[in-house]
Design a protein around this ligand. Structure first.
Ligand code: ADP
Ligand code: ZN
Length: 623
């Protein structure tokens, strides 16, 4: 079939089975290359729509598409989702009993499935590869392909078996998909899977619907409570540093009437699975978790990810925040930052025995602190970390772009700060930490200052024009900008760098961020505004309840029934017949048949009791 016809059919299937009108970036290209029989390597961020890249060709072409996935827990949900869209799919893994497995094998031999999910272990079972040969496989898709690399963060030895697969099926198209791959992992994937002249697609890692925000951490529980309470209908993830913190935060939230549960690696697997399940099924609002939570969580409508404590590195922060808004709707990522957290983590790092580990951890923490304290666009810094350039200027969806921080000519305070470091060292022959420098600048009479006679320095008590928090912020900014070095090996004492000494000597002009300490307390959260779907919130709430009931009846997570996007569009457009309903994104033929009447009924009932709803929502300008 000519390529153009193929892609026309692909679009038709997109609408008919998945209910979507347009492809996400690169999906069309990836699908079309694979349909031409070429190997494809696709690097798409979380929420980029990787599954569709192999699911759609599977429907379009004869034969069976075999998907290798490491996440057994996810297979069932994926298959439920496909079945709900009328696509014959199944999975094989160790969770099935003998009878069930036998039934599925029989259907596989009879060619009744379009898609089969398997765990990589399965490929090692004797006889499985021979069976595969008889199932008219048309394509292999390797999901989470980074698991094949020892250089990745999630190496699975079983993935190494996949090179055999290529040997046995030299002519079938392979797809490798992942959301995380450094250059090294990328090369590994290509060679280990023996991909043949693969077409490589790398999507931007920008997540336009995510609003990044850093707030000063003060009375953090109140800050979190206020935010969570402001989103009564939404759910989200709160990451905490320790297991204990997840438990106590969940407890306190519950005491304040918010359904929350903890999740961490110290809980029994059963309890963990239960809490995760409750979150995915919208039975609770908030999950308070350590970083153990997330891999393989496929909840598309987490509306916010909060970091109560400072993450250890940017990569982790990006992955964790990435779990918000997979469905593309506006979602918030809030990090509560405090210099105290930095000091705490530096202390942990200093306790590590291994030199190399210590260096890496310090370096990573420094990047994280830089990100948090920077006055640049958050998006720009994040993408820069992944070697992607952000050229669009103001992103409009991070705190720094919405409220640019003011800078001022900070040459004088910078000079005072740096010369204080210099004087202390000159007089005492040792270096001190940031707090001591600030003590000297503010003319403190504390024990150390007096004992070391730092009250006699020329820089003693010359800092009355700023407050303690402000001096500390200046100090950290000078560190960030390379004028001062903080020695992690030696109690975080401050030393002037070569750049700092030169600036001190030459009186180089230095810009500093205008102190915003006073403002921080009253800083209000700003709702995100990018790409949202404004709708009748009351009807949306009704439809959500309906969705939850249907999902519970069928024993599937609510998002398998309909996504938030779909429900919001319904509550915006008020579809009251099948034609109108099928125009809604996410409503394919199968779901139209299965749920159409129920939802149309609910919308009609709402319109009957609220006759004004359909009109004034849509045409406010006529009133
Ligand atoms: P990934 O695996 O890359 O994180 P998924 O395959 O889980 O992403 O897709 C994320 C979400 O995007 C899902 O809710 C899916 O239904 C939706 N999606 C995928 N492709 C499209 C599309 N072309 N149009 C609208 N929504 C889409
Ligand atoms: Zn920005």
């Amino acid at each position: 079939m000519p390529a153009s016809l193929q892609i026309d059919r692909a679009r038709e299937i997109l609408k008919r089975y998945f209910g979507h009108d347009t492809f996400r970036p690169l999906q069309e290209e990836i699908i079309s290359e694979s349909l031409e029989g070429r190997d494809v390597f696709a690097l798409l961020p979380t929420g980029g729509g990787k599954s569709l890249c192999y699911q759609l060709p599977a429907i379009l072409e004869e034969g069976l598409t075999v998907v290798i996935s490491p996440l057994i827990a996810l297979m069932k949900d994926q298959v439920d989702g496909l079945n709900a869209n009328g696509i014959p799919a199944t999975f094989l893994n160790s969770s099935l009993n003998k009878t069930e497995a036998r039934k599925r094998y029989a259907k596989l031999f009879a060619g009744e499935y379009t898609i089969l999910y398997v765990a990589p272990e399965r490929l090692m079972l004797s006889g499985f590869l021979d069976d595969l040969k008889q199932w008219k496989v048309s394509r292999f898709a390797v999901d989470e392909a980074h698991c094949i690399s020892e250089w990745g963060h999630d190496f699975r030895p079983e993935y190494r078996q996949l090179s055999n697969l290529r040997r046995l099926f030299p002519d079938l198209p392979f797809m490798a998909l992942t959301a995380t791959a450094t250059d090294r992992v990328r090369t590994d994937i290509l060679t280990q899977l023996r991909l043949k002249e693969p077409r490589t697609f790398v999507a931007s890692f920008n997540r336009p619907n995510l609003n990044y925000q850093i707030e000063t951490k003060q009375a953090v529980f109140q800050q979190i409570l206020k935010f969570v309470s402001s989103k009564p209908y939404e759910s989200g993830i709160i990451y905490c540093y320790s297991r204990k913190a997840t438990e106590s935060l969940a407890d306190r939230l519950r005491q304040n009437g918010i359904e929350a549960l903890p999740y961490h690696a110290g809980m029994t697997p059963l309890k963990r699975a239960e809490n995760q399940e409750a979150f995915i099924r919208d039975e609770i609002k908030v999950i308070c978790a350590t970083i153990a939570f997330g891999m393989g969580i496929d909840k598309p409508n987490a509306r916010y990810v909060i970091h109560q404590d400072l993450p250890k590195n940017i990569e982790g922060y990006y992955q964790e925040t990435g779990r918000a808004g997979r469905d593309g709707l506006p979602s918030d990522c809030i990090l509560y930052f405090s210099p105290g957290d930095v000091a705490k983590q530096l202390q942990f790092i200093a306790d590590k025995n291994n030199h190399k580990e210590r260096d890496v951890a310090t370096q990573q923490l420094r990047q994280m602190v830089h990100y948090s304290e920077s006055s640049e666009c958050r998006r720009k810094v994040l993408l820069g970390y992944f070697s992607e350039e952000w050229t669009e200027g103001n992103c409009g969806n991070c705190d720094n772009c919405r409220n640019p921080k003011q800078t001022f000519d900070g040459t004088l305070p910078a000079q005072k700060f740096m010369s204080c470091i210099f004087r202390v060292n000159q007089a005492s022959g040792f270096s001190v930490g940031i707090n001591h420098i600030v003590d000297v600048l503010l003319g403190s009479k504390n024990e150390k200052v007096l004992k070391w006679r730092h009250d006699r320095l020329s820089t003693y008590d010359i800092g009355q024009d700023y407050r303690r928090m402000e001096w500390q912020a200046f100090g950290r900014e000078l560190i960030r900008n390379g004028y001062i070095e903080q020695n992690a090996e030696n109690h975080s004492v401050l030393e002037l760098t070569r750049k700092g000494k030169a600036a001190l000597r030459d009186r180089t002009p230095i810009q500093l961020t205008q102190p915003s300490v006073a403002k921080a307390a009253s800083q209000r959260h700003q709702p995100s505004s990018t790409g949202g779907i404004e709708c009748n919130e009351e009807l949306f709430a009704i439809l959500r309840t309906l969705r939850k009931e249907l999902a519970a009846e069928q024993g599937v997570p609510p998002y398998i029934v309909f996504s938030d996007v779909t429900l919001r569009e319904m509550a915006r457009d008020f579809p009251i017949d099948e034609g109108q309903l099928s125009d809604i994104s996410g409503v394919g033929i199968a779901k139209l048949e299965k749920y159409g009447d129920t939802f149309i009924e609910a919308i009609k009932e709402y319109l009957d009791t609220h006759p004004e709803a359909g009109i004034d929502e849509l045409e406010p300008s006529f009133r």
